[in-house]
Ligand binder design. Structure first.
Ligand SMILES: Cc1ncc(COP(=O)(O)O)c(C=O)c1O
Length: 393
């Protein structure tokens, strides 16, 4: 049984003045160190982390291979621009394509999920010469001008730009027939998270994704999979594209890719790659050697530690064991888990944290979202199950 955790509302050893912009609602804990799937708070309490820093920490904290790879690269050469060849960059790109088991022909490394989507959309608009993008209701693609434009609800809530850079139409998630009406010869691309993250681990499924693929082929639009959250093993497969058997023209990924070292990638099909010209894309930090060393170490660990099998096994175990107490059902794939709750998930999140377990919520108020590291084990799932069972239904 986990020990109760006390609530912290502000850092206890913070400087006198708080100059951090106040834009983040904060969880009531302060973390000072971490190992594996465990966080240690400023009060010395241990918290089981089922949120993984928002699906970022795939390997867990303090992974030796990842830590050593970064230390080695920091000593060897911490930075060089993309204009200078580095084998670590070339190796990371090759390794990512091989890991994907998909016929991608090139990789463009950037720094964040939004930047990856921004570039994918730019490529699609430019290569098709069209002006419209289709996205899917419930989507989250990032906070920049183009990524925010295709994010469901952003324009009413936080968008902040006077206009979007292109026209956007949103497709209903449960209506494959509407795709034909809304995806037309004016559509440059459809952008979709195969398993929607922030929406609450909403698995869009093979039929819907295959219908998008078919329609894109019919009208000459490009299909972009945003696997920033659901990619790099989180679905129990290299990418959700593998899980559903649908090949996109572009695939963006980020969160677990660097295990916390900031990095992201746009993966492109042969046809899209062939349309790229020198200096049509650019970045200063993207593809830096530290990021590429982190990517190599992440992919090496996922493969050598057989983490895809583990994600499937432990993901199934969560779904078998944790439909207890206030949880009535589950959705999502692998270790992107949405637990449906009888009452506001925020309440349950607070109650779990009091018993030493950190879980996430979603834009659906009745979904508790779990995004743990891929090294989670069954015993730790048992702790979650027992804690949920003790909560009011
Ligand atoms: C599916 C998806 N796309 C895009 C983003 C934006 O990524 P970033 O915050 O790195 O810009 C996120 C953020 O987690 C995401 O979950």
């Amino acid at each position: 049984m986990q020990q109760p955790v006390s609530v912290v509302t502000a850092p206890e050893h913070a400087p006198e003045h708080d100059f951090l912009a106040h834009v983040f609602a904060q969880y009531p804990l302060e973390v000072t160190s971490a190992e594996g799937v465990w966080l240690t708070t400023s009060r010395g309490e241990r918290v089981l982390d089922l949120y993984g820093g928002h699906a970022v920490v795939g390997l867990g904290y303090g992974h030796p291979g990842w830590t050593q790879a970064l230390a080695r690269q920091a000593k060897a050469c911490n930075f060089q621009t993309n204009a200078v060849a580095m084998s670590v960059r070339a190796r990371a790109a090759e390794r990512l394509v091989r890991f994907s088991r998909l016929p991608f022909a090139s990789v463009f490394f950037v720094n964040s999920g939004a930047e990856a989507n921004e570039n994918a959309l730019k490529i699609a608009l430019r290569q098709t010469g069209r002006t419209q993008i289709a996205a899917v209701e419930g989507s989250f693609h990032g906070r920049t001008a183009a990524a925010g434009a295709v994010t469901w609800g952003a324009q009413k809530k936080w968008y902040g730009f006077p206009r979007t850079p292109f026209n956007v139409t949103f497709l209903a998630r449960d209506n494959a027939a509407a795709i034909v009406k809304q995806v037309t010869r004016r559509t440059a691309a459809v952008i979709v998270e195969p398993v929607q993250g922030l929406a609450g681990a909403v698995d869009l499924g093979p039929e819907f994704l295959a219908a998008l693929r078919r329609r894109c082929d019919q009208v000459g639009a490009l299909l972009i999979f945003d696997e920033v959250q659901c990619g790099v093993g989180r679905s129990g497969h290299p990418f959700a594209a593998n899980l559903y058997g649908v090949m996109p023209d572009l695939l963006t990924t980020a969160n677990a890719l660097g295990n916390g070292f900031p990095c992201a990638a746009v993966m492109m099909s042969q046809q899209v790659s062939a349309g790229l010209t020198l200096e049509s894309l650019g970045t200063t930090f993207g593809g830096g050697p530290m990021a590429c060393a982190a990517i190599e170490a992440v992919l090496e660990a996922i493969e050598s530690e057989r983490l895809l099998e583990r994600v499937q096994r432990v993901g199934d175990y969560i779904r078998e064991q944790c439909i207890v107490g206030p949880v009535t059902g589950h959705q999502g794939a692998g270790l992107l888990v949405g637990l449906r709750t009888t009452r506001p998930a925020k309440e349950i999140q607070t109650e779990l944290l009091e018993s030493g377990i950190l879980a996430g919520t979603a834009s659906d108020p009745r979904v508790l979202r779990l995004l743990p590291a891929f090294i989670l084990d069954e015993q730790q799932v048992d702790m979650l199950r027992d804690a949920l069972r003790d909560l009011p239904p």
